[in-house]
Structure formats: structure tokens, C-alpha cells
Ligand binder design. Sequence first.
Ligand SMILES: Nc1ncnc2c1ncn2[C@@H]1O[C@H](COP(=O)(O)OP(=O)(O)OP(=O)(O)O)[C@@H](O)[C@H]1O
Length: 258
Amino acid sequence: MLKITDLVKRYGGGEPVLKDLNLTIEGESVVSIIGSSGAGKSTLLRCINRLVEPTSGSIVLNGTELTDLRGAKLRAARRKIGMVFQGFNLVDRLTVMENVQSGRLGYISTYAAIMRRYPKKDIRRAFELMERVGIAQYANVRADQLSGGERQRVGVVRALMQDPEILLADEPTASLDPKTSEQIMGLLRDLAGELKLPVLINIHNVTEAKQYTDRIVGMRYGRIIFDDLPTKLDQDAMDRIYSGSPHADRGGEMKAAS
Ligand SMILES: Nc1ncnc2c1ncn2[C@@H]1O[C@H](COP(=O)(O)OP(=O)(O)OP(=O)(O)O)[C@@H](O)[C@H]1O
């Protein structure tokens, strides 16, 4: 279970971009986060895996408080959080297998990693997952030889190789054509069910959010203002999530504060 309580994030001395945010995700549900540009969606995901340091509040993943971890404990916790990126974040000159095995970096020795001596069980697991997502035939192909959809499948397998307890996806389909985008969303949904994994997806495509996720969280200026089933996301809710501008909202708050 992921439980976020009163999360605040302020970059530098500016206005908070996450404001006392509360969110709980139980079980294997696939949750999408929608909202205008600048609403704080990426910041939220990045606070969870501590790519961004939360200013205050609590983030507990399966009993572990993530916000105050340091050093080895932080690295261990990060292994349990798989991340899929919009730009795939693959190493182009490495093969698919090498990219996929980088998901195990936190688990094997540096020497084994440098020598590319992957444990047999990791190779077996990589092939299982690559078969599952349809890229096993590319195991020895350089990553830059693949299409966008294939590259994102490599990104998904790399994240799953971490043996994660949760999968975070930051606009995983934004660089893909519509058909490929749907395939990747379908894949994330199916994998969540098969691996009993909660998946949190930051996404701009509301149609896909409705079609492929179990729950939609709507953010506006650092707050969650909608959290319900996709069928409940009607025009009124859409207007509340997407209307106005961050400038107007923050201006009002700044006036109130001064
Ligand atoms: N590293 C940073 N330093 C300062 N401000 C930042 C930083 N990263 C994000 N911000 C600001 O925080 C706010 C929220 O940004 P964030 O990227 O989380 O929003 P988002 O909802 O993911 O937007 P988008 O959909 O455009 O990716 C924005 O005003 C942004 O300019």
C-alpha cells in the first residue's frame, strides 16, 4: 500500500507546487493522474521515488516511510519502486538485454555488472518478461534499433526486473503514436493484474486514462480535486480539473499570503 499524507513540495523559495496532498493506493489498482501542465503530476511521482526531495509530509510504501531514508536504505527502497519514463531513458548503444539487466543493478555486484556477468536467474527472468511483452527476439539488438513502442517495452521490462512493489509511469505514452500508445497502456494494465502491482500513471490523454485505468486522480495546482472511478469523470469534473490558469490561482494565494 502507498499512503501519502500532507505532502508539500516547494522548489527553492517559491510557492508550493504540492499542497498538503493526500493519496492512498491499495492493492494492484492502476491509477492515472491527470491535470493541466504545471499541476504537479511529475513532481508527485518524483517525490515518491525521491528524485525530488519532499519539503514535508509522509510517503509510506508497504510500511516503510520513504521521506527520511538516506544512503543504503534509500537505495534499497528505490529498488522497490519501478519507474517508466516518457523518453524511455535507455542506453542506446547497449543491447536490449543489457538495458533490461540494468534494472538489476541495485541487486548484483558492481563487478558482475561491469563484466556483464548476469546471474542465470536474472537472465531467465529477463527472457520471461521480454517474451511477455513481445521483445525477446531483440535481446541482442542495440536499443537504438527499435521502434518507440518496442523501446518503451524495454523500459517496462527494465522496471519490472527491479522486482518492484509499485510501478510509476511518467507520461509513458506521450512519445508514441496513438495505436502504440494504446498498446502500452493495455500492457501496463494487464501487467498490473498479472504481477499484482499497483501502477501510478501520469498521463495527459484523458481518453486513455478512462479506458485503461481503474481510478482517476485529477490534480489542479498542487491539490487533488478529483479522485474517483473513470465513469465519474464527467464534463463538470473535467472543467474543474482543467479550467483557470496556474498564474491566476497562485496570484490569488500570493495576495492572500501577503
Ligand atoms: N526542478 C524544478 N525547479 C523549479 N520548479 C520546478 C521544477 N520542476 C517543476 N517545477 C515547477 O513545479 C510546477 C509543477 O511541475 P510538474 O512538472 O510537476 O507539473 P506537471 O503537472 O507534471 O506538468 P506537465 O504535465 O507539463 O509535465 C511547475 O510550475 C513547474 O514549473
